[in-house]
Ligand binder design. Structure first.
Ligand code: HEC
Ligand code: HEC
Ligand code: HEC
Ligand code: HEC
Ligand code: HEC
Ligand code: HEC
Ligand code: HEC
Ligand code: HEC
Length: 498
């Protein structure tokens, strides 16, 4: 009965022309089978794939493209993949042995979670670079750090009352997946299989825990890191989408990392909003001035850019730290960019897993030295100079460095108050084995560096100043919170112990 239903579905779909993609690009017979059923079950998926570059071009044709416009970085692609479009089967059956989620699906061994390891079959350079990026390590950098575990607990934990005291119990996996790991990525696991009654009869599927998830640092079932679909949403996998700021906004929008808010309110963001319909987001390489007249996130952080003569201004990088001399996300102070993307081995002078110590010193052996910082700054500034005078860029950069110094100094003032509070036993700090993030005074302190000092720095780095550096989560709030912390301490000091 089931086989009959399958056959009817396949024949009907073929008859209606539902499986047909563009006549010029051949589709493998394995993919024809998938399309036969999925065109009716998941028309949303099939239609977006049909409009994608993967349906339109074979690897052989893509490899014939010479020069900067070539989009396949692999030199050797298995023969059976060369002359067909990249269809459902080409991605979902790749490297079957390496995937713990491989299962038999209507006669083919498929896996659901197509990983960076699979994409690397054709896009090896992008996959290798991405793996050296902080984003690919976002799961481990957060979850394998004892101190950040306590931050997670202080935010996601479930409060329960024990002997009249409020105690935080660790959050369950679903809460963490809905919260921090939405962006940082989950660790996928197979927890069993289950049979489902589908429109085409009963079928068996693996049960994935931690899924769905598209976090940048997701740990996949073939042990690779990250999700390319975080920026190249399935099944379009488009370069256009990744070049627009909306893609990055999904994760870079909160008060702790307000890049997108700052960008939207900046001159660059205004020009993008006004002019984007006249720009070309598909050309490769991307020509400054001709294709666009103001930068998006991708322009400054990732894209391959050429000038009017086609000369390379910036190489493309999926390792975004190549263009970043500093880490302006305070941990707890802004600091030079880490050398390696795996931050789990970093220890400050007090042995804590942080790139800075509480007195404002840097864990220098793990961070870029001044020469390396200059080199990274030059890569970032190469694009600015295609649209701005050198004096404009230098003036901007000088102010940015000043902002790093000033916000670090204000964070230090707050941290000195916090250390006094811990020393007096008015809160239990890390020296006494306490969670440094869970008490009221500690929350004031973390608001200072996590929200307000960060916001001021993001505003300086990506807006050249503006509201997010002042009244919208900026200096005003940084100063107000410092005063609150000071007043809190003074008030507690004046309470005489009975
Ligand atoms: C005989 C019809 C048929 C064929 C052929 C077929 N599928 Fe499916 N597929 C289904 C049905 C039915 C479902 C379940 C839909 C539902 O959940 O109701 C499904 C589900 C899936 C899922 C989701 C699994 C899950 O856990 O929910 C993936 C991924 C998938 N198919 C990929 C493929 C790929 C890739 C191919 C070709 C290699 C393919 N399918 C061939 C019918 C088919
Ligand atoms: C953080 C966002 C982000 C992630 C994650 C990401 N990309 Fe990209 N990708 C981009 C941007 C932005 C561009 C456009 C670059 C340009 O304009 O030169 C791009 C471009 C590409 C291109 C087109 C290259 C060309 O020659 O035109 C390919 C292929 C690609 N990415 C593959 C991948 C693969 C494979 C992964 C996963 C390993 C991945 N990307 C993950 C942002 C991302
Ligand atoms: C370029 C590789 C690629 C191609 C081609 C491709 N997929 Fe996928 N597919 C992916 C990725 C990546 C995901 C996202 C998996 C994740 O990250 O969890 C995915 C997810 C899915 C899912 C689960 C999505 C959901 O929202 O539930 C289904 C079902 C699926 N694909 C079916 C198909 C079908 C049918 C086709 C052919 C029309 C196809 N895929 C073509 C890479 C591909
Ligand atoms: C079997 C080879 C193959 C695999 C596997 C593959 N791709 Fe592609 N990819 C291609 C080809 C071919 C093109 C089109 C090249 C061209 O236009 O010159 C392409 C183009 C792209 C582009 C640029 C699209 C655009 O709008 O210009 C992106 C982004 C991309 N792939 C991402 C991915 C991601 C992410 C995966 C894994 C989920 C993946 N690819 C898997 C072969 C592959
Ligand atoms: C909306 C997306 C998003 C969510 C949700 C999110 N983060 Fe993040 N997180 C980011 C981004 C983006 C960065 C990097 C910012 C930067 O480098 O400028 C980051 C960086 C971090 C870092 C620095 C890690 C390191 O060592 O590099 C920590 C710690 C952190 N987040 C903690 C958390 C905690 C705890 C939660 C949940 C309570 C959480 N995040 C939820 C997006 C998110
Ligand atoms: C799905 C969520 C997500 C998306 C989408 C995303 N990012 Fe990220 N990004 C993160 C997280 C999480 C981190 C921090 C990782 C860590 O600290 O371990 C991060 C870190 C960064 C960093 C800091 C890297 C460093 O070395 O200091 C930059 C720059 C960045 N992202 C740029 C972008 C750009 C540009 C885009 C869009 C093209 C983008 N991101 C899209 C989640 C995301
Ligand atoms: C005009 C160029 C430009 C644009 C456009 C731009 N950025 Fe930036 N970005 C910078 C500079 C400069 C820095 C600071 C450099 C450093 O940290 O060394 C920075 C820093 C960052 C950081 C902080 C990394 C860290 O050190 O913690 C993140 C995250 C980021 N940008 C994401 C984005 C996102 C998302 C967008 C789009 C909404 C965007 N940027 C738009 C130039 C730009
Ligand atoms: C593709 C061209 C282009 C690139 C690349 C570019 N800018 Fe701009 N930028 C502009 C234009 C156009 C304006 C608007 C000038 C005006 O106000 O008339 C602008 C405005 C600015 C402003 C003023 C911000 C404000 O809100 O008043 C700053 C600061 C700035 N750019 C810095 C940079 C830096 C730093 C870089 C490189 C990291 C850069 N720009 C890259 C085109 C560009």
């Amino acid at each position: 009965m089931r086989r009959l239903l399958i056959l009817v579905a396949f024949l009907t779909a073929s008859f209606l022309g539902l499986t047909g993609v563009s006549a010029e690009t051949p589709v493998s017979s394995a993919t024809e089978e998938c399309l036969g059923c999925h065109a009716t079950i998941h028309p949303g998926i099939v239609e977006s794939w049909k409009k994608s570059q993967h349906a339109a071009m074979t690897p052989a044709a893509a490899m014939a493209v010479q020069g900067l416009g070539r989009k396949i970085s692999a030199e050797n692609i298995p023969d059976e993949l060369k002359n067909v479009s990249i269809g459902c089967a080409e991605c979902h059956t790749l490297r079957a042995k390496e995937h713990k989620d491989t299962f038999d699906h209507n006669g083919q061994n498929i896996h659901m979670v197509v990983s960076p390891g699979d994409c690397a079959t054709c896009h090896v350079q992008e996959a290798q670079q991405f793996d050296k990026n902080l984003m690919a390590h976002a799961y481990g950098n957060l979850v394998n750090n004892d101190l950040y575990q306590q931050l997670i607990l202080s935010i996601n934990g479930s409060p329960v009352s024990e002997k009249g005291k409020m105690v935080l119990k660790p959050a369950n996996a679903a809460t963490d997946a809905d919260s921090c790991l939405y962006c940082h990525g989950t660790k996928l696991q197979i927890t069993g299989t289950k049979s489902r009654d589908t429109d085409m009869g009963e079928m068996e599927f693996p049960i994935l825990s931690g899924w769905p998830n598209q976090g940048v640092g997701r740990i996949n079932l073939d042990d690779t890191r990250g999700s390319c679909a975080a920026c190249h949403t399935r099944h379009d996998f488009s370069i256009e989408m990744a070049r627009k700021p909306y893609t990055c906004k999904e994760c870079h929008v909160g008060p702790d990392t307000p890049a997108n808010k700052v960008y939207e309110a900046s001159k660059h963001g205004n020009i993008f909003s006004t002019k984007q319909t006249e720009w070309n987001f598909k050309n490769v390489p991307w020509s400054i001035g001709k294709d666009f007249t103001a930068p998006t996130c991708a322009v400054c952080h990732i894209s391959l850019l050429v000038d009017a003569d086609g000369k390379v201004v910036s190489e493309r990088t999926h390792e975004v730290k190549n263009r970043l001399p500093w880490r302006i996300f305070g941990l707890i102070y802004a600091h030079p960019q880490p050398k390696s993307a795996d931050l789990t081995t970093i220890r400050n002078k007090d042995g804590l897993p942080l790139p800075t110590d509480f007195d404002g010193g840097f864990a220098t052996t793990f961070l870029l030295n001044p020469q390396e910082r200059t080199a990274a700054a030059q890569v970032m500034q190469a694009s600015c100079q295609q649209c701005h005078a050198k004096s404009w860029v230098e003036g901007f950069w000088g102010r940015f460095l000043n902002t790093i110094e000033q916000t670090n100094a204000t964070t230090l003032a707050g941290t000195q108050l916090m250390k006094d509070i811990w020393k007096r036993g008015l809160a239990t700090g890390p020296d006494k084995g306490g969670n440094p993030f869970d008490e009221f005074s500690e929350k004031l302190w973390s608001d200072m560096w996590l929200f307000y000092a960060n916001s001021v720095r993001f505003s300086s780095a990506m807006g050249g100043g503006g509201d997010f550096g002042v009244f919208a989560d900026g200096r005003y709030h940084l100063m107000k919170t410092l005063k609150e912390l000071e007043d809190w301490l003074e008030a507690r000091k004046s309470v005489k112990k009975p």
